[in-house]
Ligand binder design. Structure first.
Ligand SMILES: *[C@@H]1O[C@H](CO)[C@@H](O)[C@H](O)[C@H]1NC(C)=O
Ligand SMILES: *[C@@H]1O[C@H](CO)[C@@H](O)[C@H](O)[C@H]1NC(C)=O
Length: 281
């Protein structure tokens, strides 16, 4: 029992140390040149984390030494340039675990598509807004997916209801007289298999909870196996002793003691030989 508990603890530790979340604030995937962004890793292991990015300038570059400023538990880019566009992610210091990765685009022009930086949950609504740096005379915006026009919205906002995997794709928008936004990949994630609620500001979601779920599953399977093994062992022992009992008993000694005939006070009792059966293995 002690060993099993130890195993549990070890597994929980392993499960827990795999959790890394990534938050982006403000929580969107496109930025105007000159805006600032703060990225934060939420790592529950003791090993610590590093924040890395791939851009056209370099791969796996480290926050704090090659870009941005590391500040306590977060990383900040004070003034973003189009060259800061790229993929960002957190990694545990050991390199074993990593968070979800996010695409961030910095517009070289004056229009951005406000799209979620994290995958959208299947079945949820997705609202996209087209924004220009200076207020447009007419907010009307055209929205494109994978290069073709979906629709034009006079308000500049477009809502896709109950998104499914088929809504995944590369989106951009256009405001006349202002220009076009960069393209952003919007991914749709499967319905959650965990109790983790959807969140627009933090990234732990499926990516973090899935390893935990797997860990717990493995733990359960191991426990079931253990119980089965114990049951099998008990059955074997029982069978063996049963077999021993039916076949191997020998009556080895029979003592017949004839007592000398004596006058007995109680005359009803029939004096006779006393017989003792004893069992020996
Ligand atoms: C970053 O770039 C490296 C090297 O090209 C690649 O192996 C890795 O998969 C990239 N990471 C992400 C999250 O795209
Ligand atoms: C980032 O964008 C590329 C295409 O531009 C896409 O293939 C990739 O899946 C995106 N990654 C994430 C994490 O959204």
């Amino acid at each position: 029992m002690k060993e099993t508990c130890l195993l549990c603890l070890m597994f929980l530790f392993v499960c827990k140390s795999n959790q890394i979340g990534l938050t982006v604030s403000p929580s969107r995937s496109q930025f105007f040149r000159g805006e600032s962004v703060t990225l934060k890793c939420e790592d529950h292991s003791s090993a610590g984390w590093t924040l890395r990015r791939n851009t056209s300038k370099g791969t796996r570059t480290l926050c704090g030494s090659e870009w941005g400023s590391a500040d306590g538990s977060s990383c900040r880019i004070r003034y973003m340039y189009p060259l800061d566009s790229g993929v960002y992610w957190c990694e545990s210091r050991g390199g074993g675990a990593s968070s979800i990765s996010v695409n961030i685009s910095v517009s070289g022009g004056s229009v951005i598509l406000q799209s979620p930086v994290l995958p959208v949950m299947e079945g949820h609504d997705l609202t996209l807004s087209c924004q220009s740096q200076t207020p447009p005379s007419k907010p009307s915006a055209a929205f494109y997916k994978d290069g073709s026009l979906i629709r034009t919205e006079p308000t500049g906002h477009m809502t896709l209801q109950h998104v499914s995997r088929s809504d995944e794709g590369l989106y951009k928008c256009h405001i006349s007289a202002h220009g076009e936004s960069p393209s952003s990949w919007i991914s749709v994630s499967e319905k959650p298999r965990t109790i983790s609620p959807p969140s627009t500001t933090s990234a732990p979601l499926l990516h973090v909870w899935l390893p935990v779920g797997l860990c717990v599953l493995v733990l359960l399977v191991l426990l079931v196996l253990l119980v089965l093994l114990v049951l099998l062992a008990v059955r074997r022992v029982l069978r063996k002793s049963e077999a021993d009992g039916s076949n191997e008993i020998t009556y080895s000694e029979v003592n017949i003691i004839r007592r000398p005939q004596q006058p007995i006070r109680r005359s009803k009792e029939v004096p006779g030989p006393e017989v003792i059966y004893s069992t020996l293995r």
